[in-house]
Ligand binder design. Structure first.
Ligand SMILES: Nc1ncnc2c1ncn2[C@@H]1O[C@H](COP(=O)(O)OP(=O)(O)OP(=O)(O)O)[C@@H](O)[C@H]1O
Ligand SMILES: [Mg+2]
Length: 169
């Protein structure tokens, strides 16, 4: 497992970008976190990292269980908060999406353990002071490699930002 402190929402987006860049079609993330922990902010960064056009990532509030955002790799954003059971998931065709194609980002995975079990990466966001803490754990061989790539990219990006000269005004 890897854990990292995210001082502000930009850091959350930067982590998301690293996740998206290292993603492959068929990957699945189970994203846990309390209300307001930053799950949607992270998804915005992931969309960016996947190369999805901002036009396709309108983040309007919705009660939809599945929102798919087309791009070089499609982002399937799932919110299982209001799902009733496995039958409803099958009715929505989730079995043809999750772990099959695109990147599936599943919020409230605990609502359907059958779906949570498909996760390559388990991610948890918690409040810490003014910021957040992210925990990432590989749950499959693919997830372990993916997690390592994300960790490296995030640390490199943070080091580069530090080494960069102050911007001219
Ligand atoms: N690392 C961070 N530090 C401080 N604030 C953050 C951080 N990441 C995100 N935020 C802020 O937290 C707020 C809630 O974020 P977001 O909507 O992404 O949470 P959520 O987990 O999707 O919430 P919900 O459960 O309501 O869907 C936003 O104002 C966002 O800018
Ligand atoms: Mg949200």
């Amino acid at each position: 497992m890897w854990t990292v402190f995210l001082a502000d929402d930009e850091a959350t987006r930067a982590l998301g970008e690293c996740i998206g860049r290292a993603a492959r079609s068929g990957d699945v993330i189970a994203a846990e976190g309390d209300l307001g922990a930053g799950k949607t902010t992270l998804a915005q960064g992931i969309a960016w990292g996947l190369g999805i056009d901002e036009d396709h990532y309108v983040n309007s509030p919705t009660f939809a269980i599945l929102q798919s955002h087309p791009g070089p790799i499609t982002l399937h954003h799932l919110d299982l908060y209001r799902i009733s059971d496995e039958d409803e998931a099958l009715g929505l065709g989730l079995d043809e999406i999750i772990g099959v194609e695109g990147l599936s980002y599943v919020e409230w995975p605990s609502r359907l353990p059958e779906i949570a079990a498909l996760a390559d990466l388990r991610l948890r966001l918690t409040y810490e002071g003014e910021g957040r803490r992210a925990e990432l754990e590989g749950r499959s061989p693919r997830g372990v490699l993916w997690r390592t790539a994300i960790e490296r990219a995030f640390i490199n990006a943070a080091n580069e930002a530090q080494a960069a000269p102050p911007r001219a005004r």
